[in-house]
Structure formats: structure tokens, C-alpha cells
Design a protein around this ligand. Sequence first.
Ligand code: DMJ
Length: 695
Amino acid sequence: MSFQAPRNNSPFASQQPFQNNYWRASRSPANNGLPGYGLSPSAGLSNSLNTPIAADRTLPMYKDKPYFAPRRTGPRTRRRKLIYGGLCALVLLALWYYSRAAQPEWTTPDAANGEELWKWVQGLDESDPEYDGSSQTKIDWDARREKVRDVFTISWDGYAKNAWGYDEYHPISKYGRHMIAGGMGWIIVDALDTLMIMNLTSRVQHARSWIHNSLQYNQDHDVNTFETTIRMLGGLLSAHHLSTTYPELASITDDDEGSPGEDLYIEKATDLADRLLGAFDSSTGIPYASINLNKSEGIPSYADNGASSTAEATTVQLEFKYLAKLTGEAEYWQAVEKVMEVVDAQKMQDGLVPIYIYPETGQFKGDNIRLGSRGDSYYEYLIKQYLQTSEHEPVYKEMWDEALAGMRKHLVTYTQNARLTVLGERPSGLSGVLSPKMDHLVCFLPGTIALGATGGIPLSEARKSPNWGQRQEEEILLARELTKTCWATYRITQTGLAPEITYFKVDDPRVMEADMYPDSTIATGIEGQQASHGELPLLSKPLTSDSGWRKDLDIHRQDRHNLQRPETVESLFYMYRITGDDMYRHWGWEMFKSFVKHTAVPAVISRITGFTSLSNADTIPPDTRDNMESFWMAETLKYFYLLFSDRDFISLEENVFNTEAHPLPRFKPTGDLKTGWTRKSRTRSEDQTVEEGSV
Ligand code: DMJ
């Protein structure tokens, strides 16, 4: 029987720092050569009592207390006891009331007001989502951006008040839970750079001191290699990048020389990355699905015959490459670069990869090809690796171009009525049937296609480039159509919030892009690198009642949940930044209002105390799930905030967002930081000559 740490930690509970500079512990044999081992556990994270009295005993539970039978008492004694008891109760009540009043809640001068937001939500109109660009009314986007900030601060403060330091937060029951015994800083680290971007200085300080005093990675637990990389390593690296590159933001400087916590984010990131490197110790270098952080030992997936998810193995590169650049340690770079070489050596047809890969052989498992779960960010990190290294790794541009052409050839089809564009799945490989199903996760793709087409610069600029041609125009059209399809998945439900998965009614046999556009580059195979001929018209009909679009979408009962995922607003953000079309901001505003209205957690009185995922987004009131995923604050609200900000704020030309929305800088690699491999020839005879990015 052990003492359980209270579920509702006060944010003011003191958390003792570790020994001075504990995170700097040098590599020692006792620590298996890893830094930071053998550190004293943090106060507040231990599950056992630590006082001398309690050292070797555990607290009794009520059921263990000895039972005393009540003594018989006469009427006078009973009356005296009643009065005495009543007085005691009054005194206790007064003491409790005083202690509550004396204990400040976690509020800061810029705390958002849950009551005001509640009133605002009550007054929300169902304004016209059919934005047609004709309205002349000037919109105050700064005010809308402030609303996003309010929603963020309410989400953060609710967490800080009720579950500070815990990895999970359940905003309805208001308690937190750890994913592993000591906690990983899952919510705090993931949201840290959003705090900076929103200029929430006191909260950044609060988060930073928790990271300094309480976060430790020397835990004997398995964690998911990919999730830990994109959320924790990505969060720390982005915090370092923002705090050093954008000092005007709420960036408590990361290089405050000589002060406690100097280089904190980098030190923590390096400690974590050194532990994560063990996941790459397979015979091919493909990382295992999990990693024991304390032993730095990779662990194959317990399911899927030990195979790793392809997307997970290939979505760690931006983080490790940036760390290599920062530290000058090529080992980080080489570990993740090797993964890409092994994957590409499989020579998959048209650049489309199955969703599982064996770490021991480097071969794919099964034939399932999709851009949803387990496949998605493989493609995302192709184009982003190319952009991260300032176009010094052309192999990734080539792989991206090949994969995008493959998607257009094998995965794109159209709905029966409104001709919405669908990016489906091939569960039995490219020779099998195309399944017209889209996970919400697929909705990252349109924004990424636009990013790939222009490299992040505005479309109007990109069109002036000599390299711009018909193919790029077609890619922008595809991006616009897919964004519209993702928007339709929001419009279709009662809450205005998308389900986790949507199916579409399509023709049989499937109409493919080459059938629909016989003159396109994908149909003719001719690049068409002629001068741009301007915007290509949308094929799809408007989302109005007469276009029949509602009949095109089909939501299955088990897929009606909404986890407050970011992918659609992520694409709106890229589409707005790149095309400059206000329509994407308007769609975003409608989505944002739906999130506030239907995922808000009200208090007994008229006040909002947090935001939750939904188990059914297609009914009003929606069924709630009592969970706030860390990506709500790390990604979804960040992308809304950036969508309503000026287009050059945290510019796309200088930054690359990792798959968890953590901005990292673009840079030029030097020395040993290079691609170091070439693609194997697809025709078997000779190796392709793709110029390497060694500089
Ligand atoms: C995020 O953790 C990342 O974006 C990841 O790549 C997949 N999607 C979730 C959020 O939906």
C-alpha cells in the first residue's frame, strides 16, 4: 500500500530543485556513458513519503483503522457534544474558507476571463460560412487573434491549476495523470513555444522553472520514440530557437550566462536525444517503436510483428538534424539520415510506401498505403527536410516530387455529386482498389503541397520564378481542392467540427485525376515548364444545398469523435500564408467558433474552465470525452493564432514547422552534416546521380 500523490497539485506547491546543474552530469561508466544518470529524484514526483518518520512505513487507509464501538451516552452528554461539535464544525469551516481565500488561484495579470468568454460564446451567431469574398466589411483580425489567446490561457490556466506537471489533463473531472511514473512534461514542454508565440511571459517563466526543477528523463520506462521526439525534443528545440531568435517575444532567454538554468532547453534536449539514440540501434538503423529512457534501449513494437510505423521512423529527422547543427555533433544527423537511405533503398513504386517497416531487415510489412495514420508524416518530412537545410539536400525534393506525382496518379479521386477531391487509401497496395476514406490526419497534406510548390514564399512571388510552370499550378489547385474537402468535413456535422474519419461516395470504377484532367502534367507525363498561366479554376461545386455535397460524405458511427486535432487549421494557415486568400481565414474563424462553442467545459456558474475532446461531434450538445490532448495547445491553437496574425509573423521563409507545429530554423549544413548517400537506380543498372547535399 503506498501513498498516492494527490491528483490535484497546486501550482504553488514547492518543487525542490535537483542538485545544482544536475542536468549537466557528465557521461560516466556508472551511467552507461549517458549523461544525467543517478540524479536525485525530484520533490513532488516521488510516490513514497520522504520524511524521516515516514521513511519505512506507509500511510494506513481508513479501512485499516481499528474499529471502536460507540460508548453509550446520556441526554446531557449528547447535548453538550452537539454544541461542542457544532462549534468545532464552524471553526473548521471558517478555517477552510480562510485558507481557500488566502490561497491565490493560478492567475496572472493577463489571465483570460472565463466568464467573459462564456458570455461571448452565448452571443455567437451562426454567421454565414459561405464566404464568397464579396463582403466589404473590414475585419479586425487582431481582435480575433486575441480570442484565440483567451482560449489558450483558459486551457493553460485550468491545467496549471488542477494538474500542474502531469502528462494528461482531464478538464471535466479536473485531474491530471502521468503517462509514466515520474512524468514527462508532456503538456508543459509541448505548449511552451505557443506560450512564447503568444507572448505570455509569466507563464513561460512558470513552465521554465518547472522544466529546470522537476523534469528528468532518467526513468526506467518505455516511451514511444516518435512521439517523444516530435513533442518533447521538438518542443525544447523550438523553445531554444524562439527564445534566441525572437527576443521580443516572451522568450526568457535561453542563454542567460551564469544564471541557474543557463542553456536549459539545449541541455535538456541533448540529454533526451542521447537517450533516444538507443532506439536506432537496430541492424538497419530503422528505429524501434519504443525506447527505455533510462537504459537508452530500443524496444520493438509489441504489435505488428515488431514492425515500426513508417511515418514514425521517418519523422524524427528535422529534430535530430537541428540538434546536430546546434551542437556540432554529427552523430545525431547520421542516425536519422541512415533511416532515409534504408527506406528509399526499397525502391517503392512511384514513391508511395507501405505503413509498416521492420527495423531488423529494413523491409516494408504489408502493402497498405495511406496518407493517414502511420503513413502521413513520412511525406511531410521529405519536403520539410529539403527546406530545413535551405535546399541543400535535393534528394528530398526529388523524393517529394516523386511521391506527390504518385499520390496524384494512384490516390486522388472525386465525389459523385459535388466533385470534391478525395485523397484515398490503397489497403492492398497499388494494384488493389482505391478506398475513398480520409482520416482527419490527411488534412495536413494540402498545406504541405502548397508549401512544397512555392517553398514557403507567397504564390504571387513564386509565379515570377523561371522554375514555375504548369505542374506547380496544378499542385496549387490540388491543394485548394483538398483544403475545401477538409473544410467540408467540418461543415457536415452538427457541431461544425470534423469527425476523426470521413468516407466519400465516389464512382465505380474510380475516376482518377488523369481521367478528369487529360491535359494535366500527370496525364501527359510532360512537365510543362512553360510560363505560368495563372490560377486554374476549382472543379468542385460550392458547398451549397443544391450541389448535393452533403450526400457525398459519410460518417460511420465509430468515427464521430473529434480530438481537437490540428491538421485542417494547419492547412488553412499554410494556404492563407501562401495564397493570401482571405477565404482561408474566414473558414478558420468559423472552425474556431465551433471549437469554442462545443468543446468548452463550463463551470457550475456561467464560466468556461477548459476545453475537451468530443466522443461524438455530430450531435448537439456533443458527447464529451473528458480529455485535452497536448496538441490542442501545442498545435491547434497555435495554428489558429498564426492564421489570424500577419503573414510575416514567424515567417514560413525562415522557419520549418515540425509535425507537432514546433518552429525550427532553416539553416545551411556544413562539414559532416550532409546527406551522404545517393538514391539507388530505379532501372537497376546504375545509381541515380542525385547531387548530394554535402557542403
Ligand atoms: C500530432 O501529434 C502530430 O501532428 C502528428 O504528426 C500526427 N498528428 C498529431 C495530431 O493530430
